[in-house]
Design a protein around this ligand. Sequence first.
Ligand SMILES: NC(=O)c1ccc[n+]([C@@H]2O[C@H](COP(=O)([O-])OP(=O)(O)OC[C@H]3O[C@@H](n4cnc5c(N)ncnc54)[C@H](O)[C@@H]3O)[C@@H](O)[C@H]2O)c1
Length: 82
Amino acid sequence: MPQTILITGGAGFIGAGLADALAAEGRDVLVYDALLRPGVEANLAWLKERHPARISAVTADVRDAARLVAAAAGATPACHRA
Ligand SMILES: NC(=O)c1ccc[n+]([C@@H]2O[C@H](COP(=O)([O-])OP(=O)(O)OC[C@H]3O[C@@H](n4cnc5c(N)ncnc54)[C@H](O)[C@@H]3O)[C@@H](O)[C@H]2O)c1
């Protein structure tokens, strides 16, 4: 069973493209993004629509250590784009 890949900034331009490619390969992807840049929520909606079984999301800031540590538990490798 493939492990979940954590992508911080996963709703952004680079992160969403990476998440889409990995999900298309059958990988589970956890998008960790504070949705700070206007419009990126549309990227996340697009990802969930394309890969409903593969994409999960946490809306939080990377500076929130507790949330980030919790999200990273069991998710590896990680890709940092935020
Ligand atoms: N249409 C286009 O060609 C296009 C569109 C967007 C960006 N770009 C280019 O892509 C490059 C940058 O892409 P990118 O993906 O690195 O940037 P991005 O802004 O698209 O993605 C960054 C993501 O990180 C998130 N984020 C920012 N701070 C955060 C924080 N503290 N905690 C959690 N999440 C946080 C944002 O909400 C965003 O979703 C630039 O060169 C830019 O010009 C091109």
